[in-house]
Write a protein that binds this ligand. Structure first.
Ligand SMILES: Nc1ncnc2c1ncn2[C@@H]1O[C@H](COP(=O)(O)OP(=O)(O)OP(=O)(O)O)[C@@H](O)[C@H]1O
Ligand SMILES: [Mg+2]
Length: 517
């Protein structure tokens, strides 16, 4: 035993001495070349091949890294095909209900696919501090190393990676924790190169709880389902796999609730784009590039979220100016043709926004839904509304009787059969005339949710009062209009020559009036 120890100590001494000699005698370049040669020799004789999947590829996050991480965390937590490693990291995000398992730093895990065994290693190395970068980089470099037997590689590599990507998508879809991203940090990037910050998205709104016309609701649901299942269709027809929805209507009619319902229905993440935080078209494009597929990109209150800067002077002088005006005031003559040539990346413009949703860059990901919301569709630039840009225009209206029935079920748990026939009929009579939003009605119901009878009584009263107010308001408006018309006719009779020589058109109008009189 003593001899064995002596031999081992001698061997280690020799190893240490030769290493010191190696470091002292050979310059670093030679040492590096030698190590590389050694590695190649080892690889030649090794029966394995290795693949590195790094977290950050150039400036972009490597989607495959995220997919592998998700897949392995799922495999590690369940006892499916993967043989769990002894050591796993466990994390739980702020406000998240899901626990995520992961491979600990520099740990290994064996997975079996189609009867073939492969090994994954999570490699984490500290980043060299002197590395120069325009943005802060993470302190560690992370990546997965995949080891596959050389003889198995041709049969399984591609199908295995496809399987992992598909599985990760499925896990994401099933995972109840969707993410809500925001660009509230402005244009600055975090250490992983991400301009978006995310929190778990927990909005409980679904199409079941959404109060709207059932036929319209079914139409939207089937449109969404067709979209999500439509990869082959979009490829066949040569269209980018994206869809645009414009939700418009008065405040409190459920536009934001509809977006949440869409995300929950499809299992997509939401990117809530705050346009006021975006300074330039270029920044907008970068934000788009950093969105993942299977997501909904939302711009709320598009009519008032920003003043868009036009690219050209529209007064015909030909000079490029920096006039700023609201979306609704943009000259649509500067349409898509100008979009390609504007090249103005110093500010955010309508064309930049259109490019974002519609141009070549909008296809840098797939399976994405753009949703714009507005309370004033009439203020929007026709360029935003033209067909093909926003595929579906959905009007979120005041509460109708079918919507009211959904709210009664949501808040009071009662179906029409549970409500007194007479009350139900009176509710039906006043609902449309009341023009109350689902948000207003929800308030009345929440307040009285412990007492159904009281809730229905108060709701009926609120609807009746509002309907009466609308009717008297309408009567007043009609009377005012009538009065105005009468006054105009009187004025026209009193001064028949007035305005006669203003313009040719004016003259015609005046003549017509005289004929009528
Ligand atoms: N159609 C609806 N179905 C169910 N609940 C609704 C509906 N519309 C509004 N609500 C209720 O009213 C609240 C406000 O609705 P929401 O924020 O979706 O309205 P909005 O149309 O987005 O309003 P705004 O135009 O002011 O952004 C919601 O939290 C929800 O409880
Ligand atoms: Mg809203």
């Amino acid at each position: 035993m003593k001899e064995l120890w002596t031999t081992m100590a001698t061997l280690m001494g020799v190893w240490a001495f030769s290493q010191t000699l190696f470091l002292a005698v050979f310059p670093p370049e030679l040492r590096f070349a030698f190590i590389q040669l050694l590695q190649r020799l080892v690889n030649c004789f090794s029966s394995y091949c290795y693949y590195d999947i790094t977290e950050i590829e150039g400036v972009n996050t490597n989607e495959l890294y995220n997919a592998v991480q998700l897949y392995l965390s799922y495999s590690a937590s369940s006892s499916c095909s993967a043989t769990s490693s002894n050591r796993l990291s466990i994390t739980r995000g702020l406000n998240s209900s899901a626990i995520t398992f992961g491979l600990s730093h520099n740990d290994r895990l064996t997975d079996v696919f189609n009867g073939v065994s492969v090994v994954w290693e999570h490699i984490v190395t500290p980043r060299q501090s002197q590395t120069f970068s325009w943005r802060p980089l993470p302190e560690e470099k992370r990546g997965f190393k995949l080891r596959i037997n050389k003889r198995d590689k041709p049969y399984i590599l591609k199908s295995y990676l496809d399987f992992i990507t598909g599985k990760a998508n499925e896990i994401r879809r099933k995972n109840e924790d969707r993410l809500l991203y925001t660009n509230s940090r402005g244009g600055s990037l975090d250490s992983r190169g991400q301009p978006w910050e995310s929190v778990p998205f927990k909005h409980p709104s679904t199409f079941d709880t959404l109060a709207m016309d059932p036929v319209k609701k079914l139409e939207i649901m089937s449109d969404l389902r067709d979209f999500a299942d439509g990869q082959a269709f979009y490829t066949r027809t040569g269209r980018a796999w994206k869809r645009g929805y414009l939700l418009y209507g008065p405040p409190g009619t459920g536009k934001s609730s509809m977006i949440a319902a869409m995300a929950n229905f499809l299992g997509y993440d939401i990117y809530d784009l705050e346009l006021t935080e975006v300074q330039t078209n270029l920044e907008l494009r970068k934000l788009l590039m950093k969105t993942s597929s299977k997501s909904i990109i939302v711009i709320e209150d598009i009519d008032c979220s920003i003043n868009l800067t036009n690219r050209k002077d529209t007064n015909g002088s030909g000079n490029k100016s920096r006039s700023t005006f609201a979306v609704g005031e943009t000259d649509i003559r500067n349409g898509p043709a100008d979009i390609e040539t504007s090249g103005n990346n110093n500010s955010i413009t309508l064309s930049g926004l259109l490019n974002f949703t519609d141009g070549l860059w909008s296809c840098c990901g797939s399976e994405r839904i753009f949703v714009f919301t507005t309370n004033h569709i009439e203020k929007l630039d026709p360029a935003l509304l033209r067909s093909g840009r926003m595929d579906m225009h959905v009007f979120m209206s005041y509460c109708s009787f079918p919507s009211l029935k959904i709210l009664l079920k949501n808040y009071l748990g009662c179906t029409p059969d549970d409500v007194d026939k007479e009350v139900l009929q009176r509710l039906e009579e006043v609902t449309d005339a009341a023009e109350m939003t689902p948000a207003d009605i929800s308030e009345v119901l929440i307040k009285n949710r412990r007492d159904n009878k009281k809730a229905l009584r108060e709701l009926l009263e609120a609807l009746r009062v509002r309907a009466e107010k609308n009717r008297s308001g309408l009567r007043r408006l009609e009377a005012e209009v009538e009065e105005m018309v009468e006054e105009e006719e009187k004025r026209a009779l009193e001064s028949p020559k007035e305005g006669g020589d203003a313009t040719a058109d004016g003259g015609c109008v005046q003549e017509e009036r005289w004929k009528e009189v």
